[in-house]
Design a protein around this ligand. Sequence first.
Ligand code: EPU
Length: 339
Amino acid sequence: MEIAAPKMNIQHNIQLQPYNSFRTKALAKLFAQPKTVEELQEILAACKSENKLIIGHGCNLFFTQDFDGLIIKPEIRGIDILQENADWVEIEAGASEDWDAFVGFCVSRGYAGIENLSLIPGTVGAAPIQNIGAYGAEVNDVIIGVKTVETETGNIKNFSNAACDFTYRNSIFKQTRKYAVTSVVFRLQKSFSYVEKYVDLSLELKDNPNPSLQQVREAVINVRTRKLPHPEALPNAGSFFKNPILTKEEKEKLLALLPDAPVYNAGEDSFKTSAAYLIEKAGYKGKRKGDVGTYEHHALIVVNHGTENGREIADFVNEVRNTVFQQFGVMLEPEVWIF
Ligand code: EPU
């Protein structure tokens, strides 16, 4: 194994329980928290042969076993205005900035475009990786570019929006797992008028037809707080599965079994249905097995009632997937990364 120079501060045998929102226990053989792009490059160069994983707040992953490699948790911060005019502002945020704090910063200055993504847990750097979305908005709508370091070579590689290959909860970063995001550049608008996009949010705003940016943020926070468990109170990783995309034939088969299943157009010959609905119909809403279950108010959220063993979560999740597949012929794909 390469010997790391002390200034790089690579730690050994670090407990990962505080670094994943399910709070499962696992040891990382190596662990580092670079504060700059240069430090990140030095660490990558010093650990060339190691298996590597970059994490943010760990809100969308958990561990079922020790990690035999290097976990990098960047601490690259900073928010800078790159350019602006009367209509918009281009703003760069370091990958390790807290996502919701960044949304709050933008909303407080009147910069519109990410208010519907309020209270999503995680970091700015994680946002493009799974193309976070909520209440009819997706982060790819406002991303100009993503700055990264290629983990294998240490080379800086910057991606335009088009080069990120964004689709529903997916991107080139998630597909290839080859890049460490170091910062993200957004273009946000200086004017704002609310457009109804999502029934839950419109209901929350029904007495206020012309809400301010701040009021939309507050409405999103209210809806999310009511529907989703806070990871500090009940460890979870948000939606556990992606909403399945079906072909026309698959959609028709599903509707023959479940005529009330919600189905939305998602492109040509492509239809999205609700994973939460399927899980609920399979009898798994609020169901608990040992220390793992689904949330009583939302079937898509897998919650940890007290286990420190990630295998228990993985076993429960497999059971849910198998049951939904047996009953409705739809295989749910995890949104959460399991290691
Ligand atoms: N539903 C059920 N049972 C439930 C919950 C929901 O049948 O227990 C059905 C309802 O018919 C509801 C539909 O599912 O209308 C959709 O539910 P919801 O509006 O809560 O949205 P979702 O599709 O379950 C997605 C995102 C969330 C995001 C919300 C709001 C995915 C995988 N999840 O959830 O994102 O906050 O929309 O926009 O796309 C996350 O990714 O971690 C996440 C929380």
